[in-house]
Design a protein around this ligand. Structure first.
Ligand code: 13P
Length: 252
């Protein structure tokens, strides 16, 4: 059975002390309220990865980075490699978040290289895809998402692909308070699974964890996660409050 995951993408938030407080608050809440069969993942800013991985592993949750370099090592000032991320104890890395695509010019060719680099170092890439509002209004959302999947993931071997997690994040729902309806989320997740089945086979597609992201919160998580093809969430704003985040993780 495919894995359920609730992941918090902290984005560029929290100072060191605030990050430490949030991690311990999450750990405390999980002591009394640990959802069964759900992997809980925090993705803090990279500077806190070692701290976060230590606290996460002591308390039964996981840690991931928000980005990685496509390069192995060398003269790339300011960049962080897959090997560095793995060496902190982090197990996951978000790849291709829409904010990376929009503000840092990351395209599918670059993201294909980043996915491969993550897998090379035994990190699980959480590959993000999703259409902008104009694309949905023009009814191009399936084409856009299908191409994002194809261009960044279809070069993988079956074994490599089996380690990938996908996050569908409609850009118009990110940080806007506007959520995809449960029906819209289900429709796109089922489409993504079909695209994956056509390339990697039905069994592989059935095993792939596909998360929803975009204004998912403690009030709407249950109806989103109730869909058969929604295997959890990638949570932004609501992951910055321990109570909300743990409540979302308990929404299956
Ligand atoms: P919000 O939950 O703040 O809309 O952000 C979603 C997101 O971008 C997670 O990666």
């Amino acid at each position: 059975m495919r894995k359920k995951i609730v992941a918090g993408n902290w984005k560029m938030n929290k100072t060191f002390n605030e990050a430490e407080d949030l991690l311990f608050d999450i750990a405390d809440l999980l002591k009394n309220n640990r959802p069964a069969d759900v992997e809980i993942l925090v993705c803090p800013p990279a500077i806190y990865l070692e701290l976060s991985a230590d606290i996460a592993h002591e308390n039964g949750f996981s840690c991931g980075a928000q980005n990685l370099s496509q390069h192995e090592a060398g003269a790339f000032t300011g960049e962080i490699s897959a090997a560095m991320i793995a060496s902190t104890g982090a197990k996951y890395v978000i790849v291709g978040h829409s904010e990376r695509r929009t503000y840092f010019g990351e395209d599918d060719v670059l993201l294909a290289a980043k996915v491969s680099q993550a897998l090379k170092h035994e990190l699980v890439p959480v590959y993000c895809c999703g259409e902008v509002l104009a694309e949905r209004e023009a009814e191009k959302h399936f084409t856009v998402v299908g191409e994002q999947i194809q261009k960044a993931l279809f070069h993988l071997t079956a074994e490599e692909f089996s380690r990938v997690v996908i996050a569908y994040e409609p850009v118009w729902a990110i940080g806007t308070g506007r959520t995809a309806s449960p029906a819209q989320a289900q429709e796109m997740h089922a489409f993504i699974r079909k695209v994956l089945a056509d390339k990697f086979g039905q069994a592989a597609a059935e095993e792939t964890t596909i998360l929803y992201g975009g204004s998912c919160n403690a009030a709407n998580a249950a109806e989103l996660f109730a869909n058969p093809d929604v295997d959890g969430g990638l949570i932004g704003g609501a992951s910055l409050k321990a109570e909300d985040f743990v409540k979302i993780a308990s929404s299956f």
